[in-house]
Design a protein around this ligand. Sequence first.
Ligand SMILES: *[C@@H]1O[C@H](CO)[C@@H](O)[C@H](O)[C@H]1NC(C)=O
Ligand SMILES: *[C@@H]1O[C@H](CO)[C@@H](O)[C@H](O)[C@H]1NC(C)=O
Length: 526
Amino acid sequence: MSNWLPAALIALSCVLSVHPTARVETARILGFFASPSKSHIIVHCSVADALAQAGHDVTVIASGPNVRQQAKYKYIELEIMGDHPLMSSDIVDKRQPFWRRFGSFLAAINRNANETHHNPRVQQFLRQHHAGDFDLLLFGYFMNDFQLGLAAHFRCPIVVSFMIQPIYAVNKFVGNPSETAYVPGIFGYLVQPMKFLERVKNMIVAMIEEIVIQTMQDYQGSKYYNYNFPSDRYPPLDEVRKNVSLIFTNHHFSQGPIRPNVPNLIEIGGIQIKEKPDPLPTDIAKVLDESKEGVIYFSLGSNIKGSHLNEEKIKIMFNVISKLPYKVLWKWSPTELPGESKNIIFRDWLPQDDILAHPNVKLFITHGGMGSVVESQYHGVPMVGIPLFGDQPSNMVNVERSGYGLAVDYLTLSEESLNNAIQDVLNNPKYKEAVQTFSRLYRDRPMTPRETVVYWVDYVLRHKGAKHMQSPAVHMNRWQLLSLDVIGFLLAIVLTISVVIVKVCKLICCRGRKNKLPKVEKAKKN
Ligand SMILES: *[C@@H]1O[C@H](CO)[C@@H](O)[C@H](O)[C@H]1NC(C)=O
Ligand SMILES: *[C@@H]1O[C@H](CO)[C@@H](O)[C@H](O)[C@H]1NC(C)=O
């Protein structure tokens, strides 16, 4: 009887004691996503959404309308400036040397980001909020280094969100190694393993990426940083960069390439994909549930309207699709339908992620946009791609190479070529098997992407920026990272010793010869 009090006290103290991995209290997080590309914003908003869902107080400032309407964050919308000079297609247009494209590309990005920065809403926000108002800056990175100055304004650590696999521009924040001998960079269009000449190309491309582009970027970055964050009130940009605590990369090693990552570079590939699909609209759900033989989903993406396509090609697509012995859900948003057919259900909008999650979807006919390809891979649905522009062709090359589907060329599209590809992917089980194997690999992780985001942001908050995770590489220069100074030093020692040895040898030999010389001469005389 008299024992209950101590027991209760122990129980109470257990509850109250702070477990090392206890949830951090609600933190105030500012998400800043200034990229004008919707596909980037979707990724960053998904990260912010996960954090808000986990109970943090999240404010998002981003370009364009909110892409996560149900999210619990506060959303401040910035109108998209200019006429979209920054479609990600610019980076992947292979017709020009990429450093030239990159120069004007970087300038356009920074000009645009500067304009965004001078948006009255941003300026007002900065006037009303001060150091200490936010515990963390979640920064959607798109070559806009100078805007990291926001973290200097709030004096808080930075978590960077990046839409694709890491490139040098983000690796440098955390000292992630390039390893050009076996890690292909994205600009060289190479895959592992690389043959000798491919490694040569990879090395050259990496040098351009790390030296030429970085120099251009540093120039742009400091120009706009000094303008917007003047040195009388703010620390230099180089100092601010070192406050990046963590990077989230929307990539997973199962997609390749295999590479080493520092502890504060965290993979959250597929963050934009819902873990549990939302319920489908009833009519669509009915079609999918009842078509046990399978359904084909057809969408050429959100940016392409039917009116952008050539009429002849539309006719070809319609003729092929309308003859298929399957129901087809066709996302189509122009003024006029290409025709009517019993097996086709046209809608100007369809919940793509939720549809692809349905087990009866047999095939996805797609434009090969990154978002679509990843969703299809995640849900294990084989693809037929009709890539149109930008990164779509190279995405589809990867799909073909991995055996997840086939691509048909839009310019030479014929009923025969389209039908052959569709029939092959529908009837040859190897495509489905390959993409479903990948789907299992891609999803097999200790934590889901959303859980990963919450865990690591809490970790950074718990440990006040988690500086202990920072690689010393962040504080070293290029020569030190390549150990060129050490190699030079060792070479100098070897050289010095060699010179000394040679000198000593010469000395010994010469003395030897002087001693021997008389004998030789004697011998000659004899
Ligand atoms: C870096 O972050 C810390 C808080 O973690 C802050 O006190 C400091 O002012 C920041 N430094 C810079 C240069 O932004
Ligand atoms: C940034 O934008 C502001 C406002 O439009 C402009 O006055 C300024 O010159 C720009 N900064 C630079 C470095 O171009």
